[in-house]
Design a protein around this ligand. Structure first.
Ligand SMILES: Nc1nc2c(ncn2[C@@H]2O[C@H](COP(=O)(O)OP(=O)(O)O)[C@@H](O)[C@H]2O)c(=O)[nH]1
Ligand SMILES: [Mg+2]
Length: 280
């Protein structure tokens, strides 16, 4: 269904392995709405015993209760792992991250001994935004569209912290079907890689089950549609996504629903809870 694998990600494994000895701390940026689907098992393997902070970014868009559960889950997931929910666009929030980083590595950060941090994550989780906020200025390209290319970066924050964001891009894991749909739903894996109607129907089914009230409020629904497909029909009708002859243009209705989800207009929504952990 979803095919998307930029060539430059093939070498990420080797590059990360090579960078690791020069790094004190890894910041793995995850999307708080889908912490599993936005993670990459490769990093766990390459990181070894290096301390790691799992940043659950975009927490402003996620369900706060669910995010709090994820933070607890990751904190208990292994030695040397910390977790923090933030909104990378906010200065105050990244200050908490800096403090946590320093507390994990108290012997680094002095003169001649910078705290060397590698920032990694799959595309679109907010790595560049985080780097810009940490720097206090815009040095990394931020894009709505995933996989924007940018040059190698090593940034001296002039506070004893050195940031590396290369090689920082990991490939998303698209093997798990539900995870891939969550990634597509939140816009993490590019427009042309997905069938909007299929993704929107999945989102519809999911929202009807977990967040029905959010749908009622956004679209002023009178009756609850039975499933995602009929939700799309209803939303299309209510919002005037009509083709000739008055039939609902499902493609447009799908895009409308996904845009609302991605823009946070459906409220704070988490796509994954711990019940979604696939036991392997
Ligand atoms: N609402 C919200 N949007 C964010 C946050 N962090 C990043 N974004 C947005 O997510 C998109 C991708 O961010 P970017 O930094 O380019 O991701 P990268 O591909 O990991 O470098 C951009 O549109 C950002 O403005 C956040 O904490 N909250
Ligand atoms: Mg980026």
């Amino acid at each position: 269904m979803i095919k998307w694998f930029p060539g430059h990600m093939h070498s990420a494994r080797q590059q990360i392995a090579e960078a690791m000895p020069k790094i004190d701390l890894v910041i793995e940026v995850l999307d708080a709405r889908l912490p599993l689907a936005s993670s990459n098992a490769l990093l766990t393997e390459l990181r070894g015993t290096k301390p790691c902070i799992k940043v659950l970014n975009k927490s402003d868009l996620a369900d706060p209760g669910v995010t709090a559960e994820w933070v607890r889950f990751f904190e208990q997931s292994g030695k040397g792992v910390k977790a923090l929910a933030i909104n990378a666009t906010g200065k105050g929030e990244t200050a908490r991250l800096t403090r946590l980083g320093r507390s994990l590595m108290p012997h680094r950060g002095g003169p001649g001994k910078p705290l060397r941090i590698l920032i990694v994550g799959i595309p679109n989780v907010g790595k560049s935004t985080l780097i810009n906020t940490l720097c206090g200025r815009r040095i990394a390209k931020v894009g709505d569209k995933p996989a924007i290319t940018r040059s190698a970066q090593q940034v001296d924050l002039r506070n004893g912290i050195m940031l590396y964001d290369t090689p920082g891009v990991l490939a998303p894991n698209l093997e798990d079907q539900r995870g891939a749909l969550c990634l597509a739903a939140t816009g993490a894996i590019g427009d042309n890689a997905m069938d909007h109607e299929q993704v929107a129907a999945f989102v519809g089914d999911f929202l009807l089950e977990r967040y029905p009230q959010h749908l009622v409020e956004r679209y002023r629904l009178k009756d609850m549609p039975e499933n995602g497909e009929s939700l799309l029909e209803e939303v299309g009708r209510l919002r005037g996504c009509l083709a000739t002859g008055g039939v609902v243009d499902r493609q447009r209705a799908a895009e409308l629903l996904l845009n609302d989800l991605q823009g946070g207009r459906l409220g704070r929504i988490s796509m994954e809870t711990q019940a979604d952990i696939v036991v392997v």
